[in-house]
Design a protein around this ligand. Structure first.
Ligand code: ZN
Length: 291
């Protein structure tokens, strides 16, 4: 069976990106897996934020992902998404998460480096050749629909700092900021700075005999397809897409509750919301695959 590292190497060679979608319930997880399969992806990454992991339980998330991947006969990799402390990452690594994003981006830079190194050490010792993601730059927004978010180039990931960060921490993937924000804004056009992304890539060292660090685009919700395509063409190999999925799920549920007010069977109430998630994941998967 191919590892997540193998799929990342394939994505880089093939010029496509692995989709990453969040879940906190089994119905959404299955919809994501089915959507990614229908969209023609060779694998999918699914993530839980710390909040989602608390809601579901770390071990339940691991067991669910394994069961659904096996039933679908499809590779599904579980990521601890934006876990903010060493302890939280340790919990995910111990529970069997396939990979972790330690997010120390809001900490002072040196603290981010030291804590990322700590997570890296622990993961390699405990699990061996474990894939780790770090984050650098000030990424604004939240997983919600907002009116406006102030985007400033000062918050972007600094290319020379990114080079220093990957050298010192050994991360395999790095979440970078170049105009992207979390969530969706309604009164503003979200615009990526592809030139800045290229500067970050140019500054990164290539690791001896192996490809350099993979760069991750977070906050793809609210971006036009053309913007996401341009980021992948420039070298992004992993795209996180979340808020629009939540919006689709919520809308599907609202519509169903309004049109069938006497319906009490959960799987019937949830079916349209699940279908909306599946459909959107399929669409986005085609975009990330470049088809
Ligand atoms: Zn994110």
């Amino acid at each position: 069976m191919k590892t997540l590292q193998d799929y990342f190497a394939d994505a880089r060679t093939g010029g496509w990106a692995i989709g990453h979608f969040n879940f906190a319930t089994a119905d959404v997880l299955r919809a994501i897996v089915e959507g990614a399969q229908a969209g023609g992806a060779p694998c999918v990454m699914v993530g839980t934020s710390q909040g989602e992991a608390e809601f579901l339980g770390l071990r339940s998330a691991v067991a669910l992902v394994r069961a659904i991947a096996e039933a679908a006969d499809f590779p599904v990799f579980l990521n601890a998404d934006h876990f903010k402390s060493f302890e939280a990452c340790k919990g995910a690594i111990d529970a069997g998460y396939d990979t972790v994003l330690y997010d120390g981006a809001s900490q002072p830079y040196e603290v981010n480096v030291i804590e990322t190194q700590r997570v890296w050490q622990y993961a390699q010792t405990k699990r061996g050749s474990y894939m780790l993601e770090g984050e650098l730059g000030y990424m604004k927004g939240s997983s919600e629909v907002q009116n406006k978010v102030h985007i400033s180039p000062e918050d972007y990931t600094k290319p020379e700092q990114a080079a220093d960060f990957v050298k010192r921490t050994g991360v395999d993937r790095c979440a970078v900021v170049f105009g992207n924000i979390h969530g969706v804004v309604t009164k503003q056009k979200e615009e990526l700075d592809i030139g800045h992304l290229k500067n970050i890539i140019a500054a990164l060292p290539a690791q001896a005999g192996a490809p350099g660090t993979y760069l991750v685009l977070h906050g793809a919700s609210g971006l036009s397809d053309a913007q996401v395509k341009a980021a992948i063409a420039a070298g992004i190999t992993n795209v996180h897409f979340n808020t629009e999925l939540r919006v689709a799920y919520q809308q599907g549920l609202k519509d169903e509750l309004a049109s069938e007010p006497n319906q009490t069977t959960p799987y019937k109430l949830l079916a349209p919301a699940v279908a909306a998630v599946r459909e959107l994941v399929e669409q986005k998967t085609r975009l990330f695959m470049g088809v």
